[in-house]
Design a protein around this ligand. Sequence first.
Ligand code: LHQ
Length: 289
Amino acid sequence: MSTAPTTPPAAPEEAPLLVSTEGAVRVLTLNRPQALNAFTTGLLSQLRLALDDAAHDMNVRAVLITGAGRAFCAGQDLSDPHIKPEFDEHAGAADGDPARKPRAKDIGGLLDHYYIPLALRLRNMPVPTVCAVNGVAAGAGANFALGCDLVLAGQSASFLQAFSKIGLVPDCGGTWLLTRLVGRARAMHLALLGDKLPAAEAQAWGLIARCVADAELQSEAMATAQKLAKLPTHALVQTRHALDASMDLEFEDALKLEARLQSQLGYAHDYLEGAAAFLSKRAPVFKDR
Ligand code: LHQ
């Protein structure tokens, strides 16, 4: 009996995420350059696991995230079977035919399962995070980058909120991050038009910390991550917490939060070490995480 030829299922990608360590810095490289490092469920899962691992490894004191090839990340992979629209076979002919009826999918479910846990994992890392944006960062790829503590971008990189062009709203924290980073007027400009914002302008707008020459991006980002790794990690993480919280606090409540955090940190090794090292004119050795 002969059987109809079948298309073998696509082989899982070997390494959509590369993980390496340089000193106390864990480096995560998005590695799907053929699709501009767009997020598949596989890549999203590996990224979350790699962040979990970095969070639990006490030798890691900073995380550096970047992309392989010419892009940082094109956001959700729109060809992923979880979200790619399917069509009612009887309802029309070619792509673009108004009679052709797409069948809806719960793309919000993908956010619940993959993006929200990832964005929270990133935001709550017990070590500082640095993003080296080496090329275009679109959609959830842009907002994942902007969720890092310090964002550096190469001169040829750009940021775009691609969502409006495909009928969606900014996700992966975009609504929260954009309004806080650049204010409502510019957030609306980016989110409604969905145009590319070049890295130099992103720096001028306050969307990112620094735009550097492409050739210097990786070394600058690594130097920044290594510098952070030598600083008192727990104090850095509490600084992130206090700065984020301050946006929603009255002035007096922000003062009180600062005092509470100083109380806590004042008993810790790193403050005692930092102050003692300063007074005896030597370099401090910080340990707290
Ligand atoms: C891609 C993609 C891509 C697949 C480039 N997917 N292949 C979350 C959960 C649930 C639902 C939906 O949304 C989300 C969050 C999101 O992130 S939604 C936003 C998704 N992203 C986009 O809409 C961006 C789509 N991409 C683009 O607009 C452009 O590709 C950019 C501006 C990023 C780069 O433009 P170019 O430099 O001109 O490159 P290209 O367009 O020629 O792309 C190169 C290749 O990468 C190409 O494949 P090919 O086989 O023709 O070489 C693209 O199809 C592929 N690619 N983005 N998101």
